[in-house]
Design a protein around this ligand. Sequence first.
Ligand SMILES: *[C@@H]1O[C@H](CO)[C@@H](O)[C@H](O)[C@H]1NC(C)=O
Length: 229
Amino acid sequence: MSSIPVLQLLCIFSVIPLVTCNSDVTKETLSSLQQQVQKLQTAFQHQNEYIKELKDDAREQKENFEKRIKYLEDANNNMKDHCQIQCRGQQKRVSDANAGIGFSASLSTSTALGDHQIIVFDTVVSNDGNGYDSRHGHFTAPVTGLYAFSVTAMCYGSETELHISIVKDGQKIGVAFANGNHYDNGSKLVVVPLQEGQMVWVEHFGDPSGNKIYGNTYSTFSGFLIQAY
Ligand SMILES: *[C@@H]1O[C@H](CO)[C@@H](O)[C@H](O)[C@H]1NC(C)=O
């Protein structure tokens, strides 16, 4: 009989401190856990903010890259257009030059020639590119390139000989000869490179006495651009 209250007491004395002890531990644990949760929440919040910052940065960088790419594409297109215009201009200049330079002129009046007298072929048959000057007998190269020049001179009068030369800026580049006894024809073709502005003409050289060149379109001077450089 007496064992029951003893047991009860034992039980009470053993449970109470256990419960109180346990209750303390639980409180401490709880508050520590709360603190930890608080810390974690704060850390989580910081991380969220950091992620948001990173996202914003990434978006900004993407926008910057897109802008930069657009700018470079535009610049590239502009450059392409510019090059095409320049190329077309250059092609046009070369084709214009090649299409449009050439002349032919003949001598209208028979004449006696002095030494180093320039022969002025005064009747213009053609003069594309306006290189030939029919008042002075000069051809002036409108563009730099390779040119061809041809001269034919008919000589007349017994006992006469006709020496003529094609001259480039004072330097003989071709010589022709004709004997006057039989209305002889002297001729020469030369191919010569010219810088823009260089001149070519035909002149008589040698004995000035009675060297006669026949006009009436029998004597001619022609030239043309083969290829612009
Ligand atoms: C020179 O050429 C002309 C034609 O341009 C001709 O009438 C003349 O007979 C030629 N002279 C000689 C010697 O062949």
